[in-house]
Design a protein around this ligand. Structure first.
Ligand code: GRF
Length: 197
């Protein structure tokens, strides 16, 4: 295995299925040998979420940093940065990390910070994307991998996946259809960044 010089840190708040897809891709597609890259840590702002167990099963160091223990958004982000920077990350991957980040945080990781959002941006920034797409009568929905900038769900688009909205779809059914595509797209987008150096 080549020397690891590209650490990936993944931030989650929940089930972490996108994180798991990236971890599996890293193993299956030999990111260590091919890019000198590895998932160095998974950090959650919530204890006991499913994703932490998945990370542990893959022998990836985990940390929990509960935002409720901090007096301000700035204080939480500062502590989070310290935790992330212990791993000297080449890439910080937001995977269902349900926090609005401070401009200072975003600036600190400029060029190294990416997110996946469950809509075809720039449509439907924010929450409840699937229900809003159904309510608007959209024929297609999807997800977007993008660079993170200080403005929520903006930033250069790196990849998109499109799925049909089917007659009678519920938000849950549409979310599941989109998530299947997220699990293909997000690892691919990360790998493309690794390949690009
Ligand atoms: C995904 O739909 C992602 O697009 C959004 O939050 C969800 C996270 O799911 N940002 P998971 O935690 O990766 O399973």
């Amino acid at each position: 295995m080549s020397a690891v010089h590209k650490n990936i840190v993944i931030l989650i708040s929940g089930s972490g299925s996108n994180m798991a897809a990236i971890v599996r891709a890293a193993e299956r597609r030999h990111w260590g040998d091919r890019y000198g890259a590895r998932v160095a840590a998974v950090i959650s702002n919530k204890a006991e979420v499913g994703g932490l167990g998945v990370a542990r099963e893959h022998h990836i160091p985990t940390a929990v940093l509960d935002h409720k223990g901090f007096a301000s958004r700035e204080a939480f982000d500062a502590a989070l940065m310290t935790e992330i920077d212990r791993h000297g990350p080449a890439l910080v991957v937001l995977a269902g990390f349900m926090r609005i980040l401070t401009p200072g945080f975003v600036q600190h990781y400029e060029g190294r910070l990416i997110n996946i959002h469950p809509s075809l941006l720039p449509a439907f920034t924010g929450l409840n994307t699937h229900q809003r797409a159904i309510d608007m009568g959209c024929r297609f929905a999807g997800a977007t991998v993008h660079r993170v900038t200080a403005e929520l769900d903006h930033g250069d688009i790196l990849d998109q996946a499109v799925v049909p909205v089917l007659p009678g779809d519920t938000a849950q059914a549409l979310a599941a259809r989109v998530l299947t595509q997220e699990h293909i797209m997000y690892p691919r987008a990360v790998e493309q960044l690794l390949a690009a150096g």
